[in-house]
Design a protein around this ligand. Structure first.
Ligand code: PHE
Length: 356
């Protein structure tokens, strides 16, 4: 480009810069624009590098024009910087003057939660939105509700699946939350949607993954035409809410006397997404909960006609879920009273949970 063209381009650059500066609101934006314009590899910088391409007798003129433009542009940027700084200071000042000391403050989240409490509240929240009642049953339970009403008669080998703490008064410490199924059927009748979280006990030897005291949450839905498809849909929804993403599920046959058919539900591994890793023992799947269609004998025990109604039930291990979600490697830490097992309210969106 000859000297005339250069001069035209310089004056165009000047007016483009004036326009652009009018829209710049922050110092970051300003610096970016400045380096694109007068910076070494910016527009003007590139033109500076072309001086030696002009005939020797023109180089003086070219240099002068470029330097003058640079001076003008630098001044424009400096003024814009001052304007932005002054604006920010004024905004701060007006914020300070509109401060109302009589307004109530924001209450900071206080305290901490046990990981099991957190997952319990989360699961309750999901099912409450689906119209489930939250029920609790007694921890000291009768043999009838814990076993017989659940289609596990005396001397049935299935009683050995759950080693039981028997009490001297003839009762027992419930081995699962399933007794709440029949209690809820009796209390409410069909149709029924119930969620029953609670503490359970088994006569177990304690190690890193076994405790004699743990938490489960029982789910039960009874209505006309309830099918396995409803069960699968509900379980997918639960896992999506708890883990924050869609997970694949699969059902394997599983035996529990109070469901028929009974299943073990697996979800795709959270770590490898089904590809196979150490956590899922290369299978791509993680066993997450047992479930099934409520056995007709259990419906009968709850005074519900199995020819008219069907239902599904599931038993989610809350303790295990909390361990997975909060990365707790040793179950013993959770019941030890060790405060380091707790999750500070500041990490949980505390105030909303505190109101639960
Ligand atoms: N109550 C069973 C247990 O603790 C779990 C379960 C619940 C299985 C509901 C099927 C349906 O082992």
């Amino acid at each position: 480009m000859d000297l005339n063209q250069l001069q035209e381009r310089l004056s165009a650059l000047r007016s483009e810069t004036v326009d652009a500066l009018a829209g710049v609101a922050s110092m970051d934006e300003l610096r970016r624009l400045e380096s694109q314009t007068t910076g070494k590899s910016g527009t003007l910088g590139a033109w500076m590098g072309t001086i030696k391409e002009y005939p020797p007798d023109q180089r003086g003129e070219v240099g002068k024009a470029l330097n003058q433009a640079k001076g003008e542009l630098t001044k424009l940027f400096k003024e814009a910087g001052e304007r932005i700084k002054a604006g920010a200071a004024a905004a701060e000042a007006s914020k300070a003057s509109s401060y109302d000391p009589t307004l109530p403050g924001v209450r900071p989240p206080v305290g901490s939660f046990h990981p099991v409490t957190l997952v319990q509240l989360e699961v309750e929240d999901v099912f409450r939105r689906l119209g489930f009642l939250i029920e609790t049953g007694p921890e000291m339970e009768s043999e009838y509700y814990n076993f017989e009403a659940l289609n596990i008669p005396k001397l049935h080998p299935a009683r050995d699946m759950q080693d039981t703490f028997w009490l001297t008064n003839g009762k027992l410490l419930r081995t699962h939350t399933s007794p709440v199924q029949v209690r809820a059927m009796e209390r409410h009748g069909p149709p029924l949607r119930v969620l029953a979280p609670g503490r359970c006990f088994r006569y177990e030897t304690i190690d890193a993954s076994h405790e004699n005291t743990f938490h489960q949450v029982e789910g039960l839905m009874i209505d006309r035409h309830i099918s396995i498809a409803n069960l699968i849909a509900m379980m997918k929804l639960l896992l999506r809410e708890v883990f924050g993403r869609d997970l694949k599920v699969r059902l394997r046959p599983g035996y529990f006397p109070f469901v028929e058919p009974g299943f073990e539900l697996d979800m795709s591994c959270l770590i490898c997404d089904g590809g196979g890793c150490a956590t899922c023992k290369q299978s791509g799947w993680i066993e997450i909960l047992p479930c099934g269609m409520v056995h007709p004998n259990v419906l009968r025990a709850g005074k519900i006609d199995p020819h008219e109604y069907t239902g599904f039930a599931f038993g989610l291990g809350l303790t295990r879920l909390a361990m997975m979600k909060y990365g707790v490697a040793d179950i013993r830490g959770l019941n030890s009273g060790d405060l380091r097992a707790l999750v500070p309210a500041t990490r949980t969106g505390g105030p909303t949970l505190l109101t639960c």
